[in-house]
Design a protein around this ligand. Sequence first.
Ligand SMILES: Cc1cc2nc3c(=O)[nH]c(=O)nc-3n(C[C@H](O)[C@H](O)[C@H](O)COP(=O)(O)OP(=O)(O)OC[C@H]3O[C@@H](n4cnc5c(N)ncnc54)[C@H](O)[C@@H]3O)c2cc1C
Length: 531
Amino acid sequence: MKENIYDVIIIGSGMSGLSAASILSQLGKKKVLVLERHFKIGGFTHTFKRKSEHGEYHWDVGLHYVGQMEEGTATRAMFDYVTQGNVRWNKMPDPYDVFIYPDFNFKIREKESNFKYDLINKFPHEEKSIEKYFVDLKKVSAWFGRYNFSLTLPLQARLISSVISSKGSNLALMTLKEYLDQNFSDVKLKALLASQWGDYGLPPSQSALAVHALIVSHYINGGFYPVGGSKEIADSIIPIVESYGGALFVNNFVKEIIIEKGKAVGVKVSEKKGNGFIDIEYYSEKIISTAGAYITYTQFVPKTNEPGFIDEVKNFKLGAAHVNLYLGLKENPAKLGIKGENYWIYNSYDHDQRFVSNDDLIEGKVNGVYISFPSMKDPEARNHTAEIITFTRYKPFEKWASEPWKNRGEEYQKLKEKISDALINFADDHLKGFKKLIDYKELSTPLSTVYFTGNPEGAIYGIPAAPERYKMKWIGPYTHVKNLYLSGADAFGHGIVGGLMGGAITAALVMKGIRGIPNVFKEAMKFQYKK
Ligand SMILES: Cc1cc2nc3c(=O)[nH]c(=O)nc-3n(C[C@H](O)[C@H](O)[C@H](O)COP(=O)(O)OP(=O)(O)OC[C@H]3O[C@@H](n4cnc5c(N)ncnc54)[C@H](O)[C@@H]3O)c2cc1C
């Protein structure tokens, strides 16, 4: 008789894994096991803290702002349902995103009408194209809805899926650069419209218009931040899962999916115990992997069950990696006129050139950054914090990959110092006085991402949102192995709401197939009305 049996096993405890676990527990009354390789539950929603003489600082690793959290929206209803209403959302200041270019600044105000008005005001000669841009964003967002629906159809209905997602795909699957070049002539306006590309990690020449439209629309009514930080998400969901007999284990590294007669029936896990590891097997009827398509197909699925499309997965370009400078501030950034909005600071109008010049970072040269002020968005934060993020590649850091975490040697430490100083100086050039606020600093590199998540080369957003991604048949919740599902960035979409909705939909599919989806949304709406 097999031991360690659960109804559903979920690999990964990020937003998608937690969302699926909560719904499977609440609605399906399932006994769910969540397995996480990190020593904390939460994936990119986990937080960490450091102490200094000025106090304790808390940072989120992968949540700075979330859109569509207004009361009454389907996304908010779903969030409230999976967390049982225990995550409170704080509205960010309006304007929420500020773009700083060499010779102009632009602030995005909440609401499409304001955004459009401000764009036309600044670029009146492009008025017609700006009007058309907002119409096209809606068309492309509608395509995204159809595309995501097509992913939920069983594999046997792939022909119908292709028909559903083909309508509108010519527009949605242009690159952003192609779209901007066809419709606009002003170089500054083209750069400005692409300013949020850091939210999906691909510059205009590589990103699908689809993902751009999704992100712009996602934030169009402003940003929200979870009171208490992103750890509140896991803190709310863990007790829900446990109350239905489920469990969430950290330090549990999934090595392989056990497949018997073509069906996934369990997982082989290496659990960290003290200084060593022990091997354990867990069994269940259904398994959801949220570790990403790349890890799932190249590492979890045994060679004997390799899918026919394995080379496509292996050869698909990996996504962007990043460095994140976590800062503890001894003074309130309000002193500099900052209210908690995000800053996107660029030293040129050419986002593509900037992206390929990312290796300059190793030489201490910064071309652009994103700065977030978590403490200013959180009414319960005790001490002030900031994060400076920029994209980079894994390669320049690779030579330290086999060195132990927190002890990668002097040369690595010096490189981190150089990058940190360069990021701080770049920020200070644009936000005068910023440097003087800093009390504590710590830089994470792509090696940190690999170490904690296992993501190949430190990629942060899963399979990159290039037009080709949306043509790949292996993107989506179903896999070639019966009872094995994918969720998270590579099943539906990246981001907190991508993870939330993807987790919810995969949970529905696991419980009742496509018929389960309306049920999950109905329950979420019911919970909203009860509140
Ligand atoms: C710097 C940064 C900033 C971001 N900012 C925002 C933002 O402001 N707003 C927004 O909406 N989104 C943001 N995102 C994106 C967002 O955080 C992610 O898209 C989302 O959290 C992904 O959730 P997920 O569940 O798909 O994946 P993850 O959170 O990555 O969860 C997958 C989990 O699987 C685990 N895992 C992998 N392999 C194994 C294994 N072998 N065994 C066991 N466990 C395993 C990993 O450790 C991880 O915990 C940001 C991301 C980053 C990195």
